[in-house]
Design a binder for this molecule. Sequence first.
Ligand code: SF4
Length: 234
Amino acid sequence: MNRAMLGDDPTSRSSRPIEDWFKLIVKSTSDFTRINRWVSTFALAVNEENACFGRVVTAPTNGAAGVIPAVLMYYWCFFEQSDEDGVVDFLLTASEIGSLFKKGATISAAMGGCQAEIGVSSAMAAAGLAHCLGGTVAQCLMAAEIAMEHHLGMTCDPIGGLVQVPCIERNTMGAIKAITAANIAIGSDPAEARVTLDDVIRTMWETAQDMGTKYKETAEGGLALHVSVKVVEC
Ligand code: SF4
């Protein structure tokens, strides 16, 4: 996707200096479809790196590590006002939201299904982005709430027990929901909201406890049951 978006030879393995790459991305588009594809590309890249045992930053887990960088790259590449202070603030805001979920519910798919991984990473990224777009504290919390609200109940059923399908692609969905949640929150009055972040954290934890073990990283249900993969012997 990266090479296709930049018009590069799809078979080439060469890469550019990172500064040049950033400039090309920024120059290449202001069109929604292409920005959307870039966000997916960023998320996929991180989780392919994770799936092939490369180095990633756990945020809040490895399987969900692509959401936050994808949304952060969206901020960095496509907003004129983006700067390094914004990146730091994004990460601090996202981290605080992650810790609220860790204390009030779980960030473990083995305990809560994928809502605890992709859902939490999406909530973290939504709050970080809302902050960078000028959101108040209440709007950041609202962004996190909206992002998690629409991941509630999401199961974990990695095909073959591998963090590849649906995990790699699922990060693109978490990222785009985070961006949507941030934009909704920025355009809203949190005083009018019916659901609070506390409500959604409590609900996520109760849903986690009700969820069957076959949907908690065991690959005993869902897609894992109906789709087979060939696992190559190491
Ligand atoms: S499906 Fe399971 S292993 Fe994959 S990203 Fe979600 S929680 Fe992680």
